[in-house]
Design a protein around this ligand. Sequence first.
Ligand code: PMP
Ligand code: GLU
Length: 397
Amino acid sequence: MQISALIQSLSPSATLAMSQKAGELKAAGIDVISLAVGEPDFFTPDHIKEAAHKAIDENFSFYTPVAGYMSLRKAISEKLERENGVKFAPEQIVVGNGAKQALCNVILATLNPGDEVIIPTPAWVSYVEMVKLARATTVEVPCTIEQEFKITPERLRQAITPATRMVLLCSPSNPTGAVYSRQELQALADVLAQYPDIIILADEIYEHINFAGEFTSMASFPEIADRVVIINGVSKAYAMTGWRVGYCAAPLPIAKAVTKLQGQYTSGCSSIAQKAAEAAYNGPQQCVKDMCAAFRRRRDLVVELARQIPGLEVNEPQGAFYLFPRVTAFIGRKAEDGTVINSSADLVLYLLNEAHVATVDGAAFCLDGYIRLSYATADDKLREAFSRIAAALGKLK
Ligand code: PMP
Ligand code: GLU
């Protein structure tokens, strides 16, 4: 059966693959703790669920406008002004099936083959693959734990070539939890201000899971604001990963191009989910603060637990819900059955088989020698997971 060369060149999503594997082991009766997938473990708040029930009762059952209901785009436009101090008219906002589709839409709608996209790594698993879909080229800028996993203005400048068309930034970051301060973003904006042909794609999906203080949107720097595209959505802030609502807020020509693409591809996203998202943006925001407080408490817990494990190098993430320890101390060591751990990928497999804890290999995020652990899980499970990890790592000789 023929499969296109393009799709053959794609890697499957490592985050989704690992959580599926953990699910299969659980279904087979093995007590696996999954720290693999990044999604809030909370239920969607009641007032949002009620809005969805109401939308069903009121027959919101027809095709939706391709770019999303105007009422939702207005709610998003107001959110951007209220929370981020940035102005995007509803016409500049296109709602898609999650931030994932919103990102891919923008990448496909703006890049030509051969265009270069600068991505500071480690970076979320799907960015590089989406750039591949556009037949464009990724330019990775590796940022290690010593650099708090952040790109500096100098390194950004060095990576820019005449072929650079896009810089993709994610703060708070998946997989590292790094959060850029306003000053750090300003310094990046100062560099980008000198390159008017570069689009800045700012993935702000973890905006509200931020322990570092005030969140700064990349679109709030006037010198680059006219070419910033914001990606955001309800998945993380409102515990709505399964509802599949995200958006891009973009310069009008990009919003129109994205709408054209989406109109031929998936159409507007689910009517019921859009009405729920509208309630999320227009309703009370205390739920967002409460979930962030819970993630912060868990961050403190996992950092403390991880630092007690000799060999794990851990920093203190400032946002999102991931820990990204360096594990190079374990590479080259032997398991009790004689198997040698040759890479972080081997270590992830070892932890799954020996400790029954699912994690994700740093290499999937373009940085070998690290692993990602999602701590969006109940405290008692986190304690149990770290105690199992400590025991398994302690057995490596
Ligand atoms: N960007 C990042 C950095 C993410 O971690 C995720 C979560 N998978 C997404 C985008 C996509 O989010 P959504 O569930 O809204 O598609
Ligand atoms: N953002 C989550 C993660 O990184 C969800 C899975 C995915 O879509 O990659 O685990």
